[in-house]
Ligand binder design. Sequence first.
Ligand SMILES: *[C@@H]1O[C@H](CO)[C@@H](O)[C@H](O)[C@H]1NC(C)=O
Ligand SMILES: *[C@@H]1O[C@H](CO)[C@@H](O)[C@H](O)[C@H]1NC(C)=O
Ligand SMILES: *[C@@H]1O[C@H](CO)[C@@H](O)[C@H](O)[C@H]1NC(C)=O
Length: 472
Amino acid sequence: MEKSEYFKEAIDPELSISYQTGRRKASLARMPDQIRRIVLFCCVCVLGFLTYVAKPSIWSIDGKSATPVLQDPSGSECPQASPISSSLHADLLKLLEKEFASEEYKAKAYETLGGAVRIPTVVLAFGIDEERGGISGATAIRDHLLTTYGEDAFSILVDEGGFQELREDVLIAYPAVAEKGSFNLRIEVSTPGGHSSVPPAHTGIGILAALVTELEEHPHPIQLYRNATFYESLQCQAAHDPKLPPHLKNLIKGSLNSDKALLELETELLETNPQFKAIAGTTQAVDIIGGGVKVNALPESTFAIVNHRIAGHSSVGALKAHITTVLGPVAERFNLSFDAFGGGAGHAANGLVTLSDAFDTGLEPAPITSTSGSGPYELLSGTIINTIESSPRKAYSGKKAVVAPSISLGNTDTKHYWNLTKHIFRYGHKGGFDAYNGAHTVNEAIRAEGFLEMIRFFSQLILNSDQTDLLE
Ligand SMILES: *[C@@H]1O[C@H](CO)[C@@H](O)[C@H](O)[C@H]1NC(C)=O
Ligand SMILES: *[C@@H]1O[C@H](CO)[C@@H](O)[C@H](O)[C@H]1NC(C)=O
Ligand SMILES: *[C@@H]1O[C@H](CO)[C@@H](O)[C@H](O)[C@H]1NC(C)=O
């Protein structure tokens, strides 16, 4: 397919940006009255999707149900949704909104339908400072949405993240349903000053070095739990990834019922998957260090900051306990008082070691979004599958689409959104194969075709949300 043809097709069928006016009018004229009532309440403004529900009987618009059924829900360990495709067109929605979004029309529709109406609201929320923690943007968005709609008012929330992998003829999409926690540890060593010509055996810097060394010699345990998101992801790979080596596939399947196989799997992954340690354990990285002012003055205050990403099975509390256990004996060895996270310092002997949350931003691992028997997950999966399998993109032709849940190793703005909904997904429908030159760097880019796929995905998600029974 020629490039220009691809763009035309990618935009045309589902997005319907480029429909002829005549055709638009024709579609509108064909629409039964009911549709107007539905569309009228769609206020496209999205972050998520809100519905006030009295069970709608008006939802099956053209006889096609937007409700898919999980195939083989009990047998397979990685059930896949059927493709979900909306029969409404985006431009139609836009037109109808414009025409019927008045308060009078809403009031009239309420009256006519006796209150049995659901009002889907799509909120588009654009953060401004995710890379610095969303402290101004996401928090303001959250406060506004909580004030406007209340707690747990959204049916689904989709933010950035996730990834895709092309494995021979299978394209696996990984929306993130979990997110690691994080904690920045500040270690501060305060020691008496003095002239460098008469130094103690260990200056504050030497002591800090000993503390850092001790931390690095006691990394956090790595463990693969059966209830972890990554384990669910592995089951999907075993079921659908044609490139997975057979022995690994057997190990993954065998580990469902055998602890021995589970241990073997863990060992295998440690050896072969460079990301596994980060996925299945808490990581620590000593990133910042400071101290000392002059070569003839002993350092009175030195510090280091250690960044941690907390495993899904752990917590801020467990992390603090681990650090305290590892560093306490070192402080003791140097006769220093030890204040671990405000626990009290005892008497100030030769000096003081203070452990604290460097920026007061300690974050627990996110609540895990449910995937089994979950309407929102099914809607997302079905939309992903449909977007890929209906794509005019040459690279996708003949490919089967599969969805597997994943855990996000980095943090997103969603950490501020936990109270908006229980159904949080981090997924932007972007393939790693579409990315150019890494992330956060010069000349970072994505393929235009990939970018169009992202637009197709979000358009379909919004349209599917409007028609589905999978959201409450
Ligand atoms: C997962 O399993 C571990 C070990 O059995 C357990 O301690 C933990 O609470 C479980 N986590 C969840 C979220 O169920
Ligand atoms: C710590 O104090 C004890 C007793 O006061 C002393 O014997 C020892 O040398 C001190 N050690 C250090 C490293 O200062
Ligand atoms: C959610 O709400 C609870 C109770 O109001 C509050 O304590 C908590 O901090 C909120 N969580 C987030 C992530 O905003």
